[in-house]
Design a protein around this ligand. Structure first.
Ligand SMILES: C[S@@+](CC[C@H](N)C(=O)[O-])C[C@H]1O[C@@H](n2cnc3c(N)ncnc32)[C@H](O)[C@@H]1O
Length: 288
C-alpha cells in the first residue's frame, strides 16, 4: 500500500481479512490514537511509514500471530502487561489460580509465596498487589521471560524477588506458605499446539517436550518436591489442562497432601487443583 490512504478506506479494505476489533486496535497502535479519535476522523491519512507498518502487522495477524504479540501487551485481572513471543499470553483461566491463592493468603500474616514458571509475571504481580504483606518470589527457566516479568513488576509497582532456574533449584532449602504454578501441561504432539496461535507462543511455556508423554511431567516434578519447600500447613495450587484434574489430585494425594480440591473456571472446567501439606517433610516419591 502506498502512503496517503485514509483510515476509513483502510478499515473497509481490511475488514474482510481480519477481525474488525483486531484491525481497529492495530490501526490505533500504528496511529497512536484512541478509538474515539479513530472513528471521529476516518478522513485522516496515514503516512507512508504508517501504511507500511500497518500492512506488516496485518500480514502477521492474517498468518495467525496472536494480536497480543503484535500490540506488545495483554490484559490480566484488569491490568495491562507487556508481552512478547518470549512469554505465554495471559489466559483468563489463570485468574482462578490467583483467586484461590489470594483466598488462602489473606488468612496469613506476611505469607511467603512462590510462583513457579512466572512467564510475564502476571500471577506473582497480581498476588503481590492483592496481598501487600506477602513476600513474593517468582521463578522461571527463561531469562527472556524474567526480563519481561521484571519490567511488568516495575510498571505495576510490585516488589517481587525474581530468580532464574529450574523449578525449585534456585530456592535452595527455602520454604513457603504457598506454592502456585501454571506450568507447561500440554502433551507434546497434542493437535492443539498447532492451532489458535499456539505455534507462536514459546513451546517451553506450553509443553514439557517429552514425545509421547501425557503433559504431566512438569506437574509431577513440582508436586514431588513440594514437601521440601512448604512450611507446615502450606498449600500447593497448580493450574492444569481441562482433563487433568483427577490425575493431579491423585499425584497430590500420593505425595501426602490433604484437603485436595479443584476449582473451576468460567466455562465450568476444573482448572486448578491443590492441597495442603500439614506436616512438611522431605522429598516425596516421584509418582506417575
Ligand atoms: C504456562 S507458562 C505460565 C506463565 C505464567 N505464569 C502465566 O500463568 O501466564 C509456564 C512457564 O513455565 C516456565 N518453565 C518451563 N519449564 C520450567 C522449568 N523447568 N523451571 C522453571 N520454569 C519453567 C516457562 O518458561 C513459562 O514461563
Amino acid at each position: 500500500m502506498a502512503g496517503g490512504e485514509q483510515i476509513g478506506a483502510i478499515w473497509r479494505r481490511t475488514s474482510a481479512l481480519i477481525d474488525r476489533l483486531d484491525a481497529r486496535l492495530l490501526l490505533q497502535q500504528v496511529c497512536g490514537c484512541t478509538y474515539a479519535e479513530l472513528i471521529a476522523h476516518p478522513e485522516r491519512t496515514l503516512t507512508a511509514a504508517q501504511c507500511v507498518e500497518f500492512d506488516a502487522l496485518m500480514a502477521r495477524r492474517v498468518a495467525g500471530e496472536p494480536l497480543a504479540y503484535l500490540l506488545g501487551s495483554a490484559f490480566f485481572a484488569g491490568l495491562e502487561f507487556a508481552v512478547s513471543p518470549d512469554v505465554l499470553i495471559p489466559r483468563p483461566e489463570t485468574e482462578v489460580l490467583v483467586g484461590e491463592a489470594q483466598r488462602l493468603a489473606r488468612n496469613l500474616d506476611a505469607p511467603r509465596i512462590v510462583d513457579l514458571g512466572t512467564g510475564a509475571g502476571i500471577v506473582a504481580i497480581v498476588l503481590a498487589r492483592l496481598c501487600p504483606s506477602a513476600q513474593v518470589t517468582a521463578v522461571d527457566l527463561s531469562s527472556a521471560a524474567l526480563a519481561i516479568a521484571r519490567a511488568n513488576a516495575a510498571r505495576h509497582g510490585a516488589t517481587i524477588r525474581f530468580l532464574h532456574g529450574d523449578w525449585y533449584e534456585p530456592l535452595g532449602e527455602e520454604r513457603f506458605d504457598l506454592i502456585v504454578s501454571n506450568p507447561p501441561y500440554v502433551a507434546d504432539g497434542d493437535p492443539h499446539l498447532r492451532r489458535d496461535g499456539l505455534p507462536f507462543e514459546p513451546q517451553i511455556a506450553l509443553t514439557d517436550g517429552i514425545a509421547g508423554g501425557d503433559g504431566l511431567a512438569c506437574i509431577r516434578r513440582i508436586v514431588a518436591a513440594a514437601a521440601e519447600h512448604l512450611l507446615p500447613g502450606g498449600w500447593l495450587l497448580i493450574e492444569h489442562g481441562y482433563d487433568q484434574a483427577v490425575e493431579v489430585s491423585i499425584l497430590l494425594s500420593r505425595a501426602g497432601f490433604s484437603e485436595i480440591g479443584s476449582w473451576r473456571d468460567s466455562a465450568a472446567i476444573a482448572r486448578v487443583t491443590g492441597g495442603v501439606l500439614t506436616a512438611a517433610t522431605g522429598r516425596a516419591t516421584l509418582v506417575s
